[in-house]
Design a protein. Structure first.
Length: 230
């Protein structure tokens, strides 16, 4: 793998730069507990996931779409008998998630600082524009990045567009992220490089069954390990 040709390194944001999925898992647990009088927790969680998947093409990713799905799922689970108080609690849960303090992934600040001395760094993430911009500003990492790309979804088309915008070739582009589905596979498919740093929990929608065997792919336990080869 000709790493010496890499000019630009793109980093995913959620669960690569800072903690994110943990807050969603906690919210799901609280949601299921609130609706337990209507449906067992495991079934409620499955119904919530199904609602999220149905809404994804319409709402996209992020906390605000998640909050709307919480309310819709609660209506279905309770057969429309949920109280206004419960609706309010779900809305407040969404607002609280939007105001969670930023918790950086261990070692990411130093890793970005050192890599920024040798490469152009960009942040490439999906989700709600306002929320992701807020998190980036509050993270203190903004100055490391040459370019910020926030998209509705991460596809081969979007990555090709990003590479073209950066005025480089696919072989000069490296993506670093925690999601095999969003950060790794589409990048490898366009001929670029992709490094995987798994987070301890992964949303079911981002999971894949197949193992990846590709010359442009590597996996690391933590961000600081990137400095050993880049």
């Amino acid at each position: 793998m000709p790493l010496e040709k890499i000019k630009v390194i793109a980093f995913d944001a959620d669960d690569t730069l800072w903690v994110n999925e943990t807050f969603f898992r906690k919210a799901e647990e609280e949601f299921c507990a609130l609706l337990e009088e209507y449906l067992p927790k495991e079934e409620a969680n499955k119904l919530l996931f199904d609602v999220e998947m149905q809404n994804l093409p319409l709402y996209g990713y992020g906390i605000k779409p998640f909050t709307l799905s919480l309310i819709e799922a609660a209506i279905k689970i309770s057969n429309g008998n949920m109280t206004i108080d419960l609706v309010q609690r779900l809305i407040e849960k969404g607002k609280a998630m939007l105001q969670e303090p930023i918790e950086l992934i261990d070692g990411i600040d130093e890793t970005l600082r050192r890599l920024s001395e040798k490469y152009r760094l960009v942040m490439a993430t999906k989700g709600d524009l306002l929320d992701q911009e807020r998190k980036l500003i509050n993270s203190g990492l903004e100055n490391y990045f040459h370019h910020i790309e926030i998209v509705s979804d991460k596809t081969e088309k979007q990555y090709k567009k990003l590479v073209k915008h950066l005025d480089i070739t696919e072989n000069e582009f490296l993506m670093v992220g925690n999601s095999l589905k969003s950060d790794i596979l589409p990048v490898l498919n366009i001929g670029a490089h992709a490094f995987h740093i798994p987070f301890h929990t992964t949303w079911a929608h981002e999971m894949i069954d197949d193992k990846i065997d590709h010359p442009n792919f590597r996996s690391f336990a933590k961000a600081s390990e990137l400095l050993q080869i880049l």
